[in-house]
Design a protein around this ligand. Structure first.
Ligand code: GAP
Length: 425
């Protein structure tokens, strides 16, 4: 966001007035259909049960339920998901499949709606009048602060507000490491624009966001859009798409891009009684802006970057595991490795470390054989390793080894910062 003059940053509260979540529709609509196995008491999310069933069992159950379901277009998963949207059919399907945990057939509770927001109480009394919620998305903190930010930053439409922060959802089934957790990190941006310009900005942000993943090295063929059909749009959306990544367990959403219209600000105006009208200096009109939202999971995207960067290869008969992170994503930018712990090398290495540390995230390692130290840095995805050796004590040069090619160059110590800054950019 520091790259663009039309985007402001924000760090809004995690706990907000409960009316915020009534206005947003979360109290009423942020629910998942849930069923319990009466035998083992395991709880499942009806709409994602598809993820828990093997292909063979899916096919068998669809055949028993209605053999014609196996004909025609559409993947097995799509057909399965369509059935789960129909309550009666889904119970019949469950009776055929049995409980994914204990295998028991046919003894499930009726599906119930389960609100995903975590509740807590404001003040010392656990009274329903004092319920507040942990935010299930960072977006609402941006909407309720829209006019504060617009006025204090003197931004004019179109402009965006971005924030990175924790979100909490009481997910029925967590799954696949960071993919679905109850506490996760979001990075969301809400772009406020004049009604009528929204479709253009929606298309622009779609392209910009997929390019962002590619620009950080994510494999282009493992990225795709999944546009939501009109009949499946969320209550607030005019248009919506997911950016999906092909995880080892299948395609999964990493970011949603939505045209949220004026729904959010209109609702906050209604529920707070505070005008959300924006005065347009140019046209001299007052209106409620439309919002284009880009909503990425930081933790889920991180997992996609991690998987995408992981390679194993054979080098000199040995297995090398390497994280080929884009330098901007690498948690350690440069390692400093004195070849031996004597002959003046540690002193030079420590001096290089203290000169570079204010500018780069550095790791100093003087433990073990140099080959092992390189491998450890490959596994951490460190793009460059600086080695101080005997020649350094003679001519003030060091070797700089690049992670992916494993090529080494000799660089004069005084040029290191310029050299690395250039390469890491
Ligand atoms: N403000 C809109 C919104 O929150 P969402 O599709 O519910 O939209 C946006 O969430 C992103 O947050 C998703 O694309 C995903 O990357 C991430 N996300 C959602 N639920 C998550 C969970 N339980 N664990 C990890 N990441 C999650």
């Amino acid at each position: 966001m520091t790259y663009r003059e039309d985007i402001e940053g924000l760090d809004a509260s995690i706990l907000m007035h409960p009316r915020v979540w009534e206005a947003s529709g979360h109290v009423e609509n942020f629910t998942d259909p849930m069923i319990d196995c009466k035998q083992c008491k395991a709880r499942f999310r009806l709409d994602t049960l598809v993820e828990l069933v093997s292909e063979k069992n899916k096919e068998k159950a669809l055949k028993e339920l209605d053999a014609t379901l196996l004909d025609g277009d559409g993947s097995l998963d799509d057909k399965f998901t369509a059935i789960l949207e129909d309550q009666d059919k889904s119970l019949a399907l469950l009776a055929l499949l049995g409980c994914p945990q204990c295998g028991n057939k046919g003894t499930f509770t009726q599906p119930r709606k389960f609100n995903l927001m975590f509740k807590t109480f404001l003040g010392p009394v656990d009274d329903s009048a004092n319920i507040i919620y942990l935010r299930p998305e960072t977006a609402q903190g941006i909407f309720v602060n829209f006019l504060n930010v617009a006025n204090s930053s003197r931004q004019k439409l179109p402009f965006g507000i971005a924030q990175i922060g924790k979100a909490f959802r009481n997910e029925i089934n967590t799954k696949n490491f960071l993919f679905r957790t109850r506490e996760f990190e979001q990075m969301e941006m809400q772009y406020f624009c004049k009604p009528g310009t929204d479709t253009q900005f929606y298309e622009e942000w779609k392209e910009k966001r997929i390019e962002w993943f590619k620009s950080l090295g994510m494999t282009a063929s493992k990225l795709r859009f999944h546009d939501h059909p009109k009949e499946k749009l969320a209550h607030y959306a005019k248009n919506a798409t997911d950016i999906e990544y092909e995880f080892p367990f299948g395609w999964g959403e990493i970011e949603g891009i939505h045209n949220r219209t004026d729904f959010d600000l209109s609702r906050h105006q209604e529920y707070s009684g505070k005008s959300q009208l924006y005065f347009d200096d140019e046209s001299k009109e007052k209106y409620i802006p439309y919002i284009i939202e880009t909503s990425a999971g930081a933790s889920r995207s991180f997992m996609a970057f991690l998987i995408d960067a992981y390679y194993e290869e054979e080098v000199n008969g040995e297995l090398r595991s390497v994280l080929r992170f884009h330098p901007k994503l690498a948690p350690i930018k440069t390692a400093i490795l004195p070849l031996v712990n004597k002959d003046g090398m540690p002193e030079i290495a420590r001096k290089i470390e203290s000169d570079l540390r204010p500018f780069l995230r550095i790791f100093y390692d003087d433990k073990g054989a140099i080959g092992r130290r390189y491998r450890r840095m490959d596994e951490a995805g460190t793009p460059f390793c600086i080695t101080v050796d005997t020649q350094t004590t003679e001519d003030q040069t060091v070797t700089v080894r690049e992670r992916d090619s494993m090529q080494q160059e000799r660089i004069v110590i005084s040029n290191l910062l310029t050299y690395l800054s250039e390469k890491l950019r």
